[in-house]
Design a protein around this ligand. Structure first.
Ligand code: PLP
Length: 397
């Protein structure tokens, strides 16, 4: 991560095709576009690279989640199980559907703890949403087994694990639906954009319609199209899709760079016996967008944060102190700060999160340091960084 570090001629060429023809919208204007359908091309590229039947581009990773929940028929009163450690988009998309986000503990994979998921299931549960945080994956076999046994949908938020695999399959294509984000800081970027992927033919048809006001997309006269279902506007523009098309051609190169840099940094930090790494259910499939490690105590982790800062190292996070990714600081959720009225049921459930305790997640997140793996780093730069980080960590032990 992130793809913007390596913009180049490919992205410029794709974008120029769009600008030269002037059709910035993905639908219609067939006569003007001289055969350029960037959004369609990007969807086909994702389908073939990820070995998935259907890819539906959206305006963001967040709206890709909205679309996935909608095609699963998830709405008022339904419960969706999600982790305590994720991006705020997880509960935003669930709340936008009128459903209830049910937060459960993570384990040392830094994603959903299958045991906690199983305990949280009620007759209202409709889906389990693992979030493959920081480049690696949840224990998908265990989660899929739970979903199969309880007849629940598995919705993979793979926004941070672009290109990761699990037992030979691409992460994001294993559940009933999966999503990627192409926002500015993700491995592949469109500037803004996202995709929902599925092998379910019905989901694909509904997603195609739902993302464009319910249009059936039959024929070439937009005005004559019918609306089989109610929809919304979650479209991506041709400009954004064009950038993504340039970027996705470099996907293998990006992942290879991430893996090289990750391996160098991990090699350096492995020399410190007090430190342990996050568990990766399929280590060979790690997309290596981040390197996550744990210190033995939260106190030592805080000291490492300070020691890194003192040495000018800034490509890392401790999510315990972060407003975006961990339940501890999600006050707007816990205080139900909604602009519009939400149901009493949803309100009382999200306000109830204030009283919930997540000791396992607190322990893991407070001891965790998450290092960003940059694409622009040269080998020697990563070696130097590894040395600097190792010295910083040793200085607090
Ligand atoms: C980035 C991200 C999203 C949302 O993507 P946007 O394109 O920014 O809306 C959702 N989930 C996770 C885990 C993310 O990292």
């Amino acid at each position: 991560m992130p793809g913007f570090e390596l913009f180049g001629d490919l992205e410029r060429k794709e974008l120029n095709d769009v600008l030269e023809n002037g059709v910035l919208m993905r639908y219609g204007f067939d006569g003007m576009r001289n055969g350029h359908w960037k959004a369609k091309e990007l969807e086909s590229a994702i389908e073939s690279r990820f070995d998935i039947k259907h890819a539906q581009l959206t305006s963001s990773g967040t709206t890709a989640l909205n679309v996935a929940l909608a095609v699963m028929g998830i709405g008022a009163g339904d419960e969706v199980i999600m982790p305590t450690f994720t991006f705020v988009a997880s509960f935003e998309s669930i709340l936008a559907a009128g459903a209830i986000p049910v937060l459960v503990e993570i384990d040392d994979t830094l994603t959903l703890d299958p045991t906690a998921v199983e305990k949280a299931i009620t007759p209202k549960t409709k889906a389990v949403m693992p979030v493959h945080m920081c480049g690696s994956m949840a224990d998908l076999d265990a989660l899929k087994d739970i979903c199969d046994r309880h007849d629940l949908y598995l919705l993979e938020d793979a926004c941070q694990a672009f290109g990761a695999t699990y037992k030979g399959k691409k992460v994001g294509t294993i559940g009933d639906a999966g999503t990627f984000s192409f926002d500015f800081v993700k491995t592949i970027t469109c500037g803004e954009g996202g995709v929902m992927m599925t092998n379910n033919d019905d989901f694909a048809v509904w997603a195609d319609q739902y993302t464009d006001h319910g249009h059936d997309h039959i024929g070439s006269d937009r005005g004559a199209e019918t609306h089989p279902i109610l929809g919304y506007n979650f479209r991506i523009s041709e400009l954004h899709a064009a950038v993504g098309l340039g970027q996705i051609k470099r996907m293998d190169e990006f992942i290879a760079i991430q893996r090289r840099n990750h391996s160098i940094l991990k090699g350096a930090l492995s020399e410190i016996p007090e430190l342990s790494f996050r568990r990766v259910p399929d280590p060979e499939g790690d997309s290596c967008g981040f390197l996550n490690f744990f210190m033995p105590t939260a106190e030592l982790a805080s000291k490492v944060v300070q020691a890194f800062k003192d040495r000018g190292i800034d490509s890392f996070w401790n999510y315990y102190e972060n407003n975006w990714h961990y339940v501890r600081r999600w006050d707007h959720l816990k205080n139900a700060k909604s602009l519009f009225p939400i149901s009493e049921e949803v309100r009382s459930r999200i306000e109830g999160i204030k009283d919930q305790k997540f000791p396992q997640s607190d322990d893991l997140i407070s001891r965790n340091i998450s290092c960003l793996i940059k694409l622009s780093w040269e080998e020697q730069q990563v070696r130097d960084l590894g040395k600097k980080m190792t010295e910083a960590i040793r200085s607090v032990l």
